[in-house]
Ligand binder design. Sequence first.
Ligand SMILES: NC(=O)c1ccc[n+]([C@@H]2O[C@H](COP(=O)([O-])OP(=O)(O)OC[C@H]3O[C@@H](n4cnc5c(N)ncnc54)[C@H](O)[C@@H]3O)[C@@H](O)[C@H]2O)c1
Length: 270
Amino acid sequence: MSGDRPQRKHIEGGSEMAREFEGKVALVTGAGSGIGRATAQALAEGGAEVMAADLSTEGGRETVELVEKEGGICHATAVDVTSASQVEQMVNQTIETFGRLDIAVNNAGIGGPSATIADYEEAAWRQVIDVNLIGVWLCMKYELAQMSKAGSGAIVNNSSILGLVGFPQASAYVSAKHGVVGLTKSAALEYSGQGIRINSVNPGFIETPLIESAGITPGSEMHEFLVGKHPAGRLGKPEEVAELILWLASDRASFVTGAAYLIDGGYVAQ
Ligand SMILES: NC(=O)c1ccc[n+]([C@@H]2O[C@H](COP(=O)([O-])OP(=O)(O)OC[C@H]3O[C@@H](n4cnc5c(N)ncnc54)[C@H](O)[C@@H]3O)[C@@H](O)[C@H]2O)c1
């Protein structure tokens, strides 16, 4: 986390495909854990210089260590995505550190409590919307201002299967994630003429601290129930979601914008 431009320590072999993000700068929010961390690691492995942003400074620092251990370039910044000034600072810091912004992965999110609508605490409901929907909008607001100036860019927002279907006792999360899908489509329409592509990923249940903190741990009744909801017969892995995020962020997805991409082991196909 020095002020100097970070230097790549060493590069292990790697095919042309593996280096497709060479020369690109990527910003990942929620990069201190789970899907965000896996995405930051994969982008760095592909040659990108990565800004790992997270509310947790410890999580961000750990991600930097993991990336640097593999010879990648990663810098951490602390951010609360519900704060406009902090989000603006995060984007500014990315430009100051790496000189540009090519890829943004708006991934930070929380699960929120499980409760039926009549029993849901108002403050908790607002908090989920604040982080999971307004946070994504704030990130795009400042990222797009930067990308517009450059006339290029790719944004991937992390929604969920619950951005496309409902789930009992998760009304705030489901509403926020549906909002992210709509926000993504509107943003794509506004910015496709400026060379910027904007898509969402819509993962099924993925084994990360987010679901663990809700008590969904292997062997628990809820874990078994959720495994049964995925025709693939298991929950997903963060690295699998990172694969899709990378493809959407890459030039290989050059004609893809405004789309919501399922990665759910067949959950929504039923
Ligand atoms: N795990 C799943 O089953 C699943 C499924 C579909 C979508 N998602 C989405 O994927 C994204 C990542 O989730 P994950 O499962 O990797 O969870 P995670 O808890 O492992 O990681 C989320 C990260 O976001 C950070 N964060 C939380 N609030 C923040 C804030 N206000 N500002 C900045 N950072 C903040 C946390 O510190 C954490 O490091 C979330 O948007 C989540 O809704 C997760």
